[in-house]
Write a protein that binds this ligand. Structure first.
Ligand code: SAH
Length: 230
């Protein structure tokens, strides 16, 4: 199978590239795509740069130019659910764009006509994640992830996002990748390891834990790649 592995920041794909060791590179649209073979699969790996626009573009390119048949997102996120601690893994069952707002017309937050508030991830890939976690004795959570073009470091905004979308974690790319994959009928999976708690300390925590949490997420994604059958 041809699988796209997407991160937002260089740090999120570095552990994956180190694990793979050998790859070719292709430059396209001011991004670098790393092509490799791993465990009977062809991989297309890239980091998009931060935010919904870059992530949408990179996901689209993976599908339209490179022909990937599934996309796995690997990265870090802020915790919104108080049960999630730094280093914990969570995958999205569904995602919403918390900064999409045409409520002036009576629509709910996160909704535009012909769209939907939530985009759902692929059940089969989510099941594989649960199986991989069980076999390796790792804990993984599942929940709602909210996406927007804002780094959340504010208890008030965090509370609003939790109440409005019942979100468990917050980041800046997942829902946009989901919308792209859903439009092209490509199964997708969004994994995040917690780097901060989206509160007043979020900036400092993020800087301290980015590398470690990115590695936790990246290694888990590669275990999943091994578990995916052709
Ligand atoms: N320190 C970086 C900026 C990081 S932005 C720099 O200066 O370049 C945060 C990134 O991690 C985004 O890709 C987002 O998806 C994720 N993320 C982690 N914690 C987050 C939070 N509290 N709010 C929003 N996104 C968060």
């Amino acid at each position: 199978m041809k699988i796209g592995i997407l991160g937002a920041m260089r740090e999120e794909i570095t552990p994956i590239l180190q694990l793979i060791g050998e790859y070719e590179t292709v430059e396209h649209g001011k991004n670098i795509y790393y092509l490799a073979k791993y465990s009977n699969h062809e991989l297309v790996i890239a980091y998009s740069k931060i935010g919904k626009v870059f992530a949408s573009m990179t996901a689209t390119t993976m599908i339209e130019k490179f022909g990937v048949e599934a996309i796995l997102f690997s990265g870090v996120a802020g915790a919104i659910n108080p049960r999630l601690k730094i280093g914990d893994l969570i995958f999205a069952t569904k995602l919403a764009q918390h900064d999409l707002d045409i409520t002036a017309f009576g629509h709910p937050y996160g909704y535009v006509p012909e769209g939907a508030v939530f985009v759902e991830t692929d059940k089969r890939l989510n099941q594989i994640a649960d199986e991989v976690a069980r076999k390796s004795g790792m804990r993984i959570g599942r929940g709602v992830i909210a996406t927007g073009d804002q780094f959340i470091a504010d208890p008030e905004r965090k509370k609003w996002i939790r109440e409005t979308f019942q979100a468990d974690a917050i980041e800046m790319e997942g829902a946009s990748v989901g919308v792209v994959c859903d439009s092209f009928n490509i199964p997708f999976f969004v994994l995040r390891a917690i780097s901060d708690s989206a509160d007043g300390n979020a900036g400092e925590d993020f800087d301290s834990f980015l590398d470690k949490s990115a590695r936790i997420s990246g290694y888990f994604i590669m275990d999943m790649v091994e578990a995916i059958e052709d």
